[in-house]
Write a protein that binds this ligand. Structure first.
Ligand code: ATP
Length: 319
């Protein structure tokens, strides 16, 4: 049976009358992977800090594992691990020495746990290498190891994949999925890398100007996604005429010198076939699907009162 991890009711944080976040309501169940996306300054870090207990003064109520008052909350937060901003590691100590220091400080007696977390974040091979000569990605992974060291049930990560190389990103993606699936750990992750967030999270929160302006599960994202076909030919104007004549409901836009088709309910190859049969030279034809990125842009522009980027293009506009 699933357990409620976190409940926020009308949570707001103001800095000099300016809201960093405002009227946030949120309910999170054990085992969920929550992906938080939002533009710079949207309020993501503020929200994560409030959950982690790093901003004690805020308006509204927060309950963590059914604990609400200050004392109970302090206890409940032992179940929480967080990587928000870079932890202060000792530059002249190795990964293992740094973790040993924090383990002693946190009264973690099980020494094997240090090797376990170093294994989990793939830093077990770094030996005597000092923290100061770690790459950004290695530093980031050591921060995650530290957040995991006391076996938290809830892990909060602010931009955890920043600065990682592709291999590091893949390793962390697998780690996050395994923590949720095998260890039933709940994760709350913020990231600007939406393609990555999309492959990790089970539910998404879109934040703008301090408000949760939309939220949806992974399955709902798939329903709302808009596939796009990109086309490049030797005669874009004629391509538009042909597609408009045969498939009048398809919307076409000119983007960076190529045509983008949305709202098509036919097999893409049929469009390609049509163009080739009509003697056009099709130099590029590819199906592009970045659901979260596309939906994110739509949601943000709608929230800011801008029109959506997709409009129908006429032949004269292309010429
Ligand atoms: N300590 C502070 N004092 C004053 N204003 C603050 C403070 N911390 C955050 N803010 C303001 O609150 C708003 C939200 O900031 P926050 O760091 O939570 O956004 P964010 O979504 O994490 O941004 P980014 O993606 O750039 O990290 C911003 O306008 C920021 O300037």
């Amino acid at each position: 049976m699933s357990e409620t991890v976190l409940e926020l009711n009308q949570v707001s944080k103001f800095y000099q009358k300016q809201a960093a976040i405002e009227d946030i309501n949120l309910h999170i169940e054990q085992g969920e992977i929550i992906g938080i996306a939002g533009p710079n300054g949207a309020g993501k870090t503020t929200l994560l800090k409030i959950i982690a207990g790093l901003i004690p003064n805020f308006q509204g109520s927060l309950s963590l594992y059914q604990s609400q008052n200050k004392r109970q909350l302090e206890k409940a937060r032992h179940q929480l691990g967080a990587l928000i901003e870079a932890p202060a590691f000792f530059p002249n100590l190795s990964a293992r020495q740094n973790l040993t220091y924090f383990a002693i400080q946190r009264q973690i007696k099980d020494e094997t746990r240090i090797d376990e977390v170093l294994d989990l974040v793939h830093l077990n091979h770094t030996g005597n290498k000092k923290f100061k000569s770690f790459s950004l990605g290695m530093k980031q992974r050591l921060g995650i190891a530290l957040a995991l060291i006391h076996r938290p049930k809830l892990l909060i990560l602010d931009e955890p994949i920043n600065g990682l190389d592709p291999e590091g990103i893949i390793q962390l993606r697998q780690l996050f999925k395994s923590l949720a699936q095998n260890d039933n750990i709940t994760l709350i992750i913020s990231s600007h890398i939406l393609t990555e967030l999309e492959s990790i999270a089970s539910r998404f929160l879109i934040i703008d100007n301090g408000h949760i302006i939309d939220q949806f599960t992974h399955a709902e994202l798939m329903e709302r996604k808009k596939p796009v076909i990109n086309i490049q030919t030797n005669d874009l104007a004629r391509t538009v005429t042909l597609i408009n004549a045969h498939y009048p409901t398809i919307k076409i836009e000119l983007v960076e010198g190529k045509l983008q088709l949305v709202d098509f309910d036919i097999e893409p190859y049929k469009i390609n076939e049509l163009l080739v049969q009509q003697g056009l030279q099709v130099s590029a034809f590819y199906h592009q699907v970045y659901p979260l990125e596309e939906l994110f842009m739509d949601i943000i522009s709608k929230n800011r009162g801008q029109t959506s980027s997709v409009t129908s293009t006429t032949e004269s506009e292309v010429k």
